[in-house]
Design a binder for this molecule. Structure first.
Ligand code: P6P
Length: 283
């Protein structure tokens, strides 16, 4: 596992440089989820794959930017699903973006994720690694190495909400729930980048991030393997909760590699309010 995390660190240093120097225009292609790719998506994917190729512990990888899995080392123990540059369309407006990694054993599913990591490419480049505990590292760009800062954990309750999706497409009960949080004094914190938005709630010690099912996207938008399960693992290990409205996200399986799911991540108090609202709703 240490070799995997070192490969992620090496890739993050290279991707950080690419973000600052490479062409941020759109590629001619779409990924498997139909998202228009930017050239940096493809460059970041190649950087990560080249780093993972060197790690014998990795049996197979699958990228959000590719349709199928890529075999690595026959005797490897781990399967890795990753989103090489989540929110890449935000680079053009100079907002933070990130890379997300789920490390799985035997199969790709919620119950078989055994570690997670993500990188935030922002004013400072930060890496979060979740195994038994959740650790925060920061890139020292002079030394070109990640320095451990502290362990991260979520408190009982927060003060911020990140309400994803298109509001006019929300189901009425979801809109009422979100409006009630704001009526209770919660502050809106949403950039459209899953990685910085969830990183903020984690660093602030609590709150709620919601990307629900809605009229336009009944199964939500965020991908189980590459985005949702890794952050669910991080939030659970940090003492928070992560659900699809009713069930623990890490209990879910997949029918297809690029499956999506409604998802809610946060501290105990806020997730319990989501459960109360969604308890009345047919799944
Ligand atoms: P919306 C970025 O495209 C992304 O996949 C996530 O990083 C982010 O949380 C979500 O989509 C934003 O989607 O529909 O709110 O713009």
């Amino acid at each position: 596992m240490t070799d995997i995390m070192n490969a992620i660190k090496s890739a993050a240093i290279k991707i950080n440089k690419a973000i600052k120097t490479e062409d941020t225009s759109k590629a001619e292609s779409e990924n498997s989820s139909g998202d228009v790719q930017v050239k940096l998506d493809i460059i970041s994917d190649e950087i990560i794959e080249n780093e993972f190729k060197k790690v014998s512990a990795i049996k197979e990888i699958v990228s959000e930017e590719k349709e199928d899995v890529t075999p690595m080392h026959e005797n490897g123990d781990y399967l890795i699903a990753y989103d090489p540059l989540d929110g890449s369309s935000l680079i053009d407006v100079n907002l933070s973006v990130g890379s997300i990694f789920g490390i799985y054993k035997d199969e790709y599913s919620g119950p078989t994720i055994v570690a997670a990591a993500y990188v935030v490419y922002g004013p400072r480049v930060e890496l979060v690694i979740a195994r038994d505990v959740v650790e925060l590292y920061r890139l020292d760009e002079e030394k070109n190495e990640f320095i451990f800062q502290k362990e991260l954990s979520l408190g009982e309750k927060g003060k911020i909400v990140g309400p994803g999706g298109t509001q006019k497409e929300w189901y009425s009960y979801h809109k009422e729930m979100i409006d009630k949080f704001f009526a209770d004094g919660y502050r809106l914190r949403y950039s459209g980048g899953m990685v910085p938005d969830l990183h903020q709630i984690l660093l602030k010690g609590g709150g709620l991030f919601a990307y629900p099912g809605a009229n336009d996207k009944p199964k939500g938008k965020l991908r189980k393997l590459f985005e949702v399960f890794p952050f669910a693992y991080v939030y659970n290990r940090a003492g928070g909760l992560a659900i699809d409205g009713k069930d623990d996200l890490l209990e879910l399986g997949i029918d297809h590699i690029h499956d999506t799911t409604p998802c809610f991540f946060g501290s105990d108090y806020e997730i319990k309010r989501v459960l109360k609202t969604y308890a009345k709703v047919e799944k």
